[in-house]
Design a protein around this ligand. Sequence first.
Ligand SMILES: [Zn+2]
Length: 212
Amino acid sequence: MDIILFGMQGSGKGTQGKILEEKYHLKVFEMGGQLREMIASGTPLGDKIKEIVNAGNLVDDDTVLQVVGEFVDTLQSDQPILFDGIPRTVAQSDKLLNLLSTKGRDAFAVLIKITEDEAINRLTQRRVCESCKGVYPPSYKSEECQHCGGKLVVRQDDTPDSIKRRLENYRKETIPVIDGFYDRDHLIEVDGEQEIDKVSKEMIEKVDYLFN
Ligand SMILES: [Zn+2]
């Protein structure tokens, strides 16, 4: 079973994704990284993407799906995938599920759920390391990064206004995608407002049967 991970910014989705990846040996399909890898590959598809990106355009759904298709084809059929950053829209979601089903696959959505107020709280209070970009929650009291000793600062794009814009986007585009998984009975919701290890525990308890 493949997993599609959803969660608002600040939900801790990245951390929980890592835990899923390690526990179930998932292969991660992360949109940005995959496109960069494609471009570097110099294949016809890579060159096509390079042209689109260099022209300052968004990569269209059909091209995105081609990239997914090539990725899937490199894997054994029983190797589960973790999708991150895709699908972004209902149309893209339909195409992705269609593609997966032609390859004998199916996907469940896992949503790390927090409220918008909680997201705004977390995002306005977190700090990042100037040097290594490590992210620190409000509970971390020191001014110094524990990995590299760099200075911790509030991210410039984490103003309440820009956060609200990002959440607005999430509401408009991502929530309808998640609703689609709910309608198909392929949605697992996890309470993301608990401590990190409790979120992981709830998530593992709920997804475990998919891998057994
Ligand atoms: Zn650092």
